[in-house]
Design a protein around this ligand. Structure first.
Ligand SMILES: [Zn+2]
Length: 349
């Protein structure tokens, strides 16, 4: 029996455990950093399987690391389990039916995400035990995949430092190795503070924060020609300073997202955007506050590992679906199309 068949058999043997876990996490449906029941459930199952678990790593209650073994190489699996707001849905039915109106739900399959990585970690551990393989397998419980970047805090705290490599995955309509470079990003608020005045009676006394926002945006739009074409800079005016044109707006705010292939490129564009904001404040005699909200580095792909994964995935047969499973998928698709048509008709009316 090949290694792949052996691991496949180990997964099949515990398939009930994995299916139950997926169902439970679907029901818990907890959003970013609040995945208390989901993480506790996975921890309890990891402990049952012989893993040692360190809870609440890097000061985050729902982040954890489970370890089996102690020697090199150290192989990691990343597991996530956060839900999204307003996507509550009863399990096992093809029609849209929220459990609680406005409640949370799993939009892109994060009930499967942490579970699939759990299955992989357990199968590798079982394989190591059966075949006396030396090494360490770790399961990383990573909060906040949807938004909030739980893994960024874990990386910063050095949680992944001793790894030889880690594998992650995401549910998708196709079974393949993900080849996707992800841009680095900075998310920053620029807040301007001016002086209010009546715009008709005494405009000379006012200093407009909205003018500063507009001038900043014009400056950044001129900047575009002189940055790398792969960069993406977009903004939204998050505070216009009010809805009265006859009042000089004393406060205004614009939110910028600055993206580029490498984090160093984002940083240099960000510094230039900050200079433009300072220029806009100077032109309008307003005060500027820069609030750095969040940022993520680019994802560096390991192409060698991709090739190994691809080669092994091709050796497995594609998943087989029963008649019932195919009919269920068709029903979901039909319902999605029907709901989209209803939505479009509603927009036309
Ligand atoms: Zn997702």
């Amino acid at each position: 029996m090949s290694h792949i068949q052996a691991v496949h058999r180990l997964i099949e043997e515990k398939s009930d455990l994995f299916t139950d876990m997926s169902d439970r996490i679907w029901e818990f449906a907890e959003t970013a950093f609040l995945e208390k029941h989901s993480s506790e459930y996975i921890i309890s199952k990891l402990e049952e399987q012989g893993f040692e678990v360190e809870r609440g790593v890097c000061g985050i209650e729902t982040a954890f690391v489970a370890t089996f073994g102690s020697a090199k190489p150290i192989v990691g699996f990343l597991g996530e389990y956060d839900a999204l707001p307003s996507l509550s849905q009863e399990k096992g039915i093809a029609e849209y039916k929220p459990i609680a109106s406005g409640g949370n739900g799993h939009g892109c399959g994060h009930n499967l995400l942490g579970t699939g990585s759990f299955a992989a970690a357990v199968a590798v551990k079982d394989y190591m035990e059966e075949n006396n393989v030396i090494g360490t397998v770790k399961y990383f419980g990573c909060p906040a995949e949807e938004f909030g970047d739980g893994k960024a805090f874990m990386a910063k705290a050095g949680i992944f430092d001793d790894l030889d490599f880690a594998l992650c995955w995401h549910p998708a309509p196709i079974n393949s190795v993900f080849k996707m470079d992800v841009l680095a990003i900075n998310q920053v608020y620029f807040r301007f503070k001016g002086r209010s005045a009546h715009a008709a009676a005494s405009p000379h006394l006012g200093r407009s924060a909205l003018d500063a926002v507009e001038l900043m945006n014009i400056g950044v739009n001129y900047l575009r020609e002189h940055i790398i074409p792969e960069a993406r800079v977009h903004y939204a005016v998050t505070n216009t300073g009010g809805d009265a044109p006859n009042v000089v707006q004393s406060n205004a705010e614009v939110l910028y997202l600055i993206r580029a292939p490498r984090v160093s490129q984002v940083q240099s564009i960000y510094e230039r955007v900050c200079k433009i904001a300072e220029g806009a404040a100077l032109m309008t005699e307003t005060e500027l506050e820069i609030v750095f909200d969040s940022g993520s580095s680019d994802m560096i792909e390991n192409h060698t590992l991709d090739a190994v994964l691809d080669e092994n995935l091709r050796k497995l047969d594609p998943p087989k679906f029963s008649k019932d499973e195919t009919a269920f998928a068709v029903a979901i698709r039909q319902n999605v199309i029907r709901r989209r048509e209803e939505h479009l008709m509603g927009e036309r009316d």
